[in-house]
Design a protein around this ligand. Structure first.
Ligand code: BGC
Length: 450
């Protein structure tokens, strides 16, 4: 790979070795006298999303798109981890790690299978999950929309439909009232700006041009199959057109959830890439403004917190300037250059940025490390938490940290290839097995210190 090469997908981005290197210092003794303590009551958790782990979300828009041929999805979600039936096994994993919080999503496509028809049975299902979490002493952090929508919603134009904010707010109202304050924390929409953010990166333009062409053809085919005028999922290539509705949907959803559950902290979760200066001419502020600006204003108006989800640091060169050669890797291991965008400091930078921009408490609703080599995840966890601790020490109110992900799961367009889990899942028996990195995380959680 040369300096400007990178691979990118809808959910993430991997910068080449030349663009960045892994952070240097090993955190000092985690649990000795010098241990960095987290605030009392800090939320330690893991994160998942319904469509990625439940299985058979057959009434969702993505189910149709995944099952087209050709499709933009490498694989179909299918049974995924069967968490729809095996949530107790997931709770057992959370308990084994000693976590006090769990971020999961409820699936709109199940709860409102056709417009205005709300399923009591599906609400009861999620009530049981929430009840079991509570009984295990785990606070449920509930996302109302995590990428997948009901198929009928996509057939009505998805987030391009001017009525979409009201449709979403109505679902939020019904679901929040039915689920009640078993919900500990609510997240309205997961990463509504991720498409905008990645399209703001100049080096990603060619990738998205090709990707958007493919998505356009697939959406046309989905519309034809469903007999609708258009079929608009989150993969639809007009994220600019969708953004005003997504913003209004968050604001109206926020208001609906707060009206139903005034005590439940509620916010939106944003995918923040740490745009870092590669050299003096670099104008990262402009890029941040383009990528996040509008959403920071929305959070200021409507949000008890800002959800931060960070996976990547990206060095941005100034105009015409070449990226500097990569400094040698500080640690002999892990040394896979493809992971070099995964600087632990990236999370600290984005957490500080989100707080500076919004003045709201920050909740790390996702952060993780994609790798087949769990030793690399075990390497990453203490380092990223040491960086997060620096942000807290510097005065940022951080509500908690949700590691993505509890279990290996369906990674959207990339299918089951990329692994983020603290536990693996056997694809035929659904057996969950904790990985060694979970033990590293558990030690930190137990001590409330790194
Ligand atoms: C998304 C998750 C996804 C993760 C890793 C985040 O952007 O919210 O659904 O699996 O990144 O790619």
């Amino acid at each position: 790979m040369n300096a400007n090469e990178f691979s990118i997908d809808r959910r993430g981005l991997i910068v080449s070795g030349a663009a960045a290197t892994l952070a240097a210092a090993l955190p000092a003794s985690a649990l000795g006298a010098s241990a960095r303590r987290f605030p009392a009551g800090f939320r330690w958790g893991a994160s998942t999303a319904g469509h990625q782990i439940e299985g058979n979300n057959t009434n969702s828009d993505l189910w149709l798109v995944e099952n087209l041929s050709p499709t933009i999805y490498k694989e179909r979600s299918g049974d995924t981890c069967d968490s729809y039936h095996r949530w107790r096994q997931d709770i057992a994993l959370l308990k084994a790690i000693g976590l006090n919080s769990y971020r999961m999503s409820i699936e709109w496509a199940r709860i409102e299978p056709s417009p205005g028809q709300f399923s009591i049975a599906e609400i009861d299902h999620y009530k049981r999950v929430i009840g079991d979490l509570r009984a295990a002493g785990i606070e449920p952090v509930i996302t109302f929309f995590h990428v997948a929508a009901p198929r009928w919603f996509a057939e009505r134009g998805g987030w391009l439909n001017p009525e979409s904010p009201d449709l979403f707010a109505n679902y939020c109202d019904k679901a929040a009232r039915a689920l009640g304050d078993g919900i500990g924390i609510a997240c309205t929409i997961n990463e509504p700006q991720v498409g905008l953010t990645f399209r703001a990166i100049p080096m990603a333009a060619a990738y998205f041009k090709a990707q958007d062409e493919r998505a356009k053809a697939i959406m046309a085919e989905a519309a034809r199959r469903s007999g609708s005028e258009r079929f608009v999922t989150m993969d639809y290539p007009d994220i600019v057109g969708m953004t005003p509705q997504l913003m209004a949907a968050h604001e109206k959803g926020f208001a609906a959830i707060k009206a139903a559950l005034p005590k439940v902290p509620t916010g939106v979760t944003l995918n923040l890439v740490d745009f870092a200066k590669a050299n003096e001419g670099s104008r990262t502020e402009d890029l941040q403004k383009l990528a996040y600006g509008g959403w920071m204003e929305v959070v200021k108006r409507s949000g008890d917190f800002v959800g931060v989800q960070t996976y990547t640091q990206m060095l941005i060169p100034g105009a015409g300037a070449k990226l500097p050669p990569p400094p040698p890797l500080p640690d002999p291991e892990p040394s896979d250059p493809r992971d070099s965008g995964k600087q632990p400091v990236a999370l600290r930078n984005t957490v500080e940025y989100a707080y500076r921009q919004t003045g709201k408490p920050v909740f790390v609703t996702e952060n993780g490390f994609q790798t087949d080599n769990d030793a690399r995840r075990a390497w990453y966890i203490p380092r990223v938490l040491a960086e997060l601790h620096k942000a807290i020490e510097g005065g940022v109110p951080v509500m908690g940290y949700m590691h993505w992900s509890l279990i290996d799961n369906f990674e959207w367009l990339q299918g089951y290839g990329p692994k983020f889990g603290l536990a693996s899942v056997d694809r035929t028996t659904f057996k969950r097995t904790l990985k060694p990195s979970a033990a590293v995380y558990r030690q930190i959680v137990r001590a409330n210190a790194v």
